[in-house]
Unconditional design. Sequence first.
Length: 299
Amino acid sequence: MSSNHNTSNQSSSLLCESPLINGNGSIEISMEAVYSNANDKDNANGSTANEYNLRNWITVPVELRKDLDRGLHPDEMQLAIKDMQLLSPLTLVPEDTQPTAVILIGAGGAGKTTLLNRIPLLLPGFDTDHFFLHDGDHLRRYHGGFQRSCNNVGVGYIGGWQTVKPHIRAAKAVLLQRAVGERRNVLIPTGQHAPMYVEKVRAAGYKTHIIGVFADCDTIMTRGVRRGHETGREYLGTVGMWEKASRDMLQLVRDAEPDLPTSGLAMLLDNREFNRPAELTVAQMHDVLVKSGVPLVEE
């Protein structure tokens, strides 16, 4: 069974030569492929494909757009920062101890969230309870306008995520600045801003662990479109974003200087076989990216 999703917002985001795009520019996806991976975070609760409905994507109404075009209200923000563990004493680091940053780099859909439970195998003693969780999901969860835009069963809103996104991004920046200023351990999953985050935490003296997570373009796009229908969050991913995340993780791990006091683990994971990541060397990941069509700047 295949489904032709004539959604202008999603088709404009997918810019590669991909079997996800049909001849007229709309997205054509095998629903068996969309729901085939039962092990990722969207199906972690054991749900089946039949429990998800495709959404009809329409332009966000003016009244709803107004509720999206704002930051979190104070009561919403308090709930979010509690979820992000910005108020937890466990995330604070004593003055005589070096704070820790763990930066997970990968395009949206690469499996960063799913791999969190594997980090203790890579970093003995790692416990998410001891980290400020710098993830926009916590802010979106409590933004009333965004939740309204997602909870209309069977309908998705074109422009909804784009409208609220600058407010979420601004809030994340303020909260990270506070967390670093208070010397809290930080966990940062990121796709597009890894170099900025690495520079920021290193400048603040953090022991910085970098874990790059790679998945191929079509897998990323398929997961993104599916999640849009499941969650109501409009999918805005592009091939260029996938390429940037892939380049950034390779370069940051390659250029890590292990003897610096701010340098920690630097690792690359091939997650194309979802939930079965394989550790690769820089040279091996370089070859994977080249074969996958990621343009690289050779040095």
